[in-house]
Design a protein around this ligand. Sequence first.
Ligand code: FMN
Length: 198
Amino acid sequence: MSSAFDFSLEPLKNFLALYDEAVKARVPDANAMVLSTVALDNRPSSRVVLYKQITRGELTFFTNYNGRKSLEIANNPNVSLNFFWPSLEQQIRIEGRAEKILRSESEAYFKTRPRLSQIGAWASEQSQKIKSFEYLEDQVKFFEKKFSGQDVPCPENWGGFRIVATNYEFWFARQGRLHERYVYQKNGSAWERSLLSP
Ligand SMILES: Cc1cc2nc3c(=O)[nH]c(=O)nc-3n(C[C@H](O)[C@H](O)[C@H](O)COP(=O)(O)O)c2cc1C
């Protein structure tokens, strides 16, 4: 078990303590997490997104609301997240329901992004087929011109999702594959705690 972990605490507190430790240990891309969604035909798909903030007590990532993952979430909000920090031999699994954060919350975060990322949010119709990479570069030029001399507004179709967590698992590697697995499961407003066999 990591020294930052205390099973008697709420899972979010443990996540934040371990995340802080990972950042201090310079784990590359410590905020990268695999997000899995499920499509209408029940097929799962996964991709990496970045954990950016806690919004009203839940982990939050930002994306295009018209992209594939967002459309899948609109149909089925059940998602899973997975963090793997190889150098610390730790894995954190989170399951829950994704929900859009408030427009004002997305706008506040959008303001903190570098200008090129803000322009990119306008230029990219995420998950759509495009004819060439040049087309994307032309879109960037178009929006740079359109917003020249002014702040780039947050596109209507861009924002955050918070994952309202129902399950957490904290996994710590141990010798002989006798790994430690600490599980929290939400029951009403309480967290039930269990240990799992590796
Ligand atoms: C390290 C890394 C970080 C990423 N962060 C994000 C992110 O925060 N938001 C996002 O929409 N896509 C992010 N992506 C791109 C996604 O993995 C994915 O390609 C994109 O969101 C389109 O997914 P979709 O078509 O399933 O919607 C990231 C990719 C990598 C490799």
